[in-house]
Design a protein around this ligand. Structure first.
Ligand code: LLP
Length: 387
C-alpha cells in the first residue's frame, strides 16, 4: 500500500481511529498460499484465528477453503460464524475448560491438540459422558529455542506449552488404551515472527527423529501439525508486502520426511493477515516540547498494543502530508507512559487532522484491542478487491 493509494477521501467520513484492511492484498496473499501449499496435496493450511477475528476477514479467509486454528471456545464460535467448517478446526491451548471441551465435541471439531496428560483424562471423560469420540493430537514441546523475541517463543522446555518429548510415549500409550479418544497426530509450534528458515529446518529434523521413534514401536501417525510462525517484513511493508511462502513451504518439502498417506497441517496467522492492515488515526495536536516534538494522535495502545507490550516496530506514515520531514515522537492519549508508538522518527510535517497510518497491523492488533480508559473498540473499513 504505497502512500498515495490509501482512500483518504473515504477516510474523512469515518471516526478515527479505525482499522483499514486492504482486501486486495489479502486476496492475493491467500492465492499465493493456495498455490505454494497446493504443490503438495497432503498440505492443509489452517488460519490462526487469534491473529485477527474480524468477521469480514474470517469470511474472506474461510472462503478460500483454509481451516481454522483456535485457542478458546470463543474462537471456535467466531470461526464457525466466520464460515469455517467444524471438521477443519484444530483446537490448542494449555487450559481448555470443561465447557470449551464440550463445545468442541458438540460442534464436531476436527482435532483437539492435547497439551498434558491431565487434559487427556478430562477429554476422555467428557467425550464418554457425551457419547462422542474426540479426535486428538498431542502437542509436543520440541525444546527448540527459535530466533525472535524471548517472550514470543513457545517451544522450549521452560514454556508452558505442549508435552515434553521424554513424557510423550507414556501419554500416547495411555491414549491408545482409552475408549473415547482417537489418537491421530502430533502437533508442534515453535514461535512466531520467524524469518530465518533454519528454525523450521530444526523443527523438521526433530519431527523426523520423533516419527522414527514411533515407527520403531509400530505406531504410525496419521498427521503432523507443524504450527505457525512464519514472519513478515515490518520494516519495509511496501517492498515486501507478502511473507516468503515459497521458501517456507519448500523447507518442509525438502526436510520433513512424511510417510505415505500422512497429512501435514500448518497454522499460519501473522503471515496471512498482518500486511493487509493499517491502524488509521488523526493527529490531534503537535506539541513542541523542549527536547522533542510530539505528534499526539487519537489512536493509542488500546487499539494497538504491540509497541507498548513488546517494543514491536510498526512503520508509521503521515498519509495526508507531503511536507518536509520532521522528527517526532508519536504518542497516544492514554494515561500510561508506554502509550508510545515510536520515538524520534521522521514523518512528513504533521498538522492537526492529518491521517497517520500505522502499517502491518492486520495481525495481533485489532484482536488485542482493549477498552482501557473506557475507550471504544476501533471500527474497521475494507478497501475493495479488484473485480
Ligand atoms: N499455532 C499456535 C499453537 C500458536 O500459538 C500460534 C500463535 C499460531 C499457530 C500462529 O502463529 P503465527 O503464524 O501468527 O506466528 N501476540 C503476539 C503473537 C502471539 C502468537 C501466539 N501464537 C504478537 O503480537 O506478536
Amino acid at each position: 500500500m504505497i502512500k498515495g493509494s490509501f482512500p483518504t477521501e473515504e477516510f474523512k467520513k469515518l471516526r478515527t481511529p479505525f482499522y483499514y484492511y486492504d482486501m486486495e492484498l489479502l486476496a492475493s496473499t491467500l492465492e499465493k498460499i493456495r498455490t505454494e501449499a497446493g504443490k503438495s496435496p497432503e498440505y492443509i493450511v489452517h488460519y490462526a484465528i487469534k491473529a485477527n477475528f474480524n468477521e469480514e476477514i474470517l469470511r474472506a479467509v474461510s472462503a478460500t477453503g483454509l481451516g481454522a486454528d483456535c485457542i478458546s471456545g470463543g474462537e471456535i464460535e467466531a470461526a464457525l460464524k466466520g464460515g469455517f467448517k467444524p471438521e477443519t478446526i484444530v483446537y490448542s491451548g494449555v487450559g481448555k475448560s470443561d465447557a470449551e471441551i464440550e463445545l468442541g465435541l458438540e460442534k464436531g471439531i476436527g482435532r483437539f491438540n492435547v497439551e498434558s496428560e491431565a487434559e487427556l483424562e478430562v477429554i476422555d471423560e467428557i467425550a464418554g459422558a457425551l457419547g462422542k469420540k474426540a479426535r486428538i493430537s498431542f502437542r509436543v514441546n520440541p525444546d527448540i529455542g527459535a530466533h525472535g523475541r524471548a517472550n514470543l517463543t513457545t517451544g522450549t522446555i521452560e514454556n508452558k506449552f505442549g508435552i515434553d518429548m521424554e513424557q510423550l510415549d507414556k501419554v500416547v500409550d495411555r491414549s491408545l488404551s482409552m475408549k473415547n479418544v482417537e489418537f491421530l497426530g502430533l502437533h508442534f509450534h515453535i514461535g512466531t515472527q520467524l524469518t530465518d528458515m533454519s528454525d523450521f529446518v530444526i523443527l523438521c529434523n526433530r519431527i523426523n527423529d520423533l516419527q522414527q521413534r514411533f515407527l520403531k514401536k509400530g505406531i504410525s501417525i496419521a498427521d503432523i501439525n507443524v504450527g505457525g510462525g512464519l514472519g513478515i517484513e515490518y520494516l519495509h511493508p511496501n517492498h515486501l508486502p507478502q511473507a516468503d511462502f515459497e521458501s517456507y513451504f519448500n523447507v518442509f518439502r525438502t526436510h520433513l520426511k512424511t510417510i505415505p498417506g500422512q497429512k501435514v497441517h500448518f497454522e499460519l496467522g501473522r503471515s496471512v493477515v498482518a500486511p493487509c492492515g493499517s491502524l488509521i488515526s488523526r493527529v490531534l495536536y503537535v506539541k513542541e516540547g523542549i527536547s522533542r516534538k510530539f505528534a499526539i494522535i487519537d489512536g493509542s495502545m488500546t487499539e494497538l498494543i504491540r509497541p507498548a507490550l513488546y517494543h514491536a516496530y510498526h512503520r508509521i506514515e503521515n498519509i495526508s502530508s507531503d511536507g518536509d520531514e520532521e522528527t517526532y515522537d508519536v504518542v497516544g492519549p492514554v494515561c500510561e507512559s508506554t502509550d508510545i508508538f515510536a520515538r524520534r522518527i521522521s514523518l512528513d510535517k504533521c498538522r492537526r487532522g492529518d491521517f497517520i497510518a500505522i502499517r502491518s497491523a492486520g495481525a495481533y492488533c485489532e484482536s488485542m484491542a482493549s477498552r482501557y480508559n473506557c475507550r471504544p473498540l476501533p471500527g474497521s473499513f475494507f478497501g475493495k478487491k479488484k473485480k
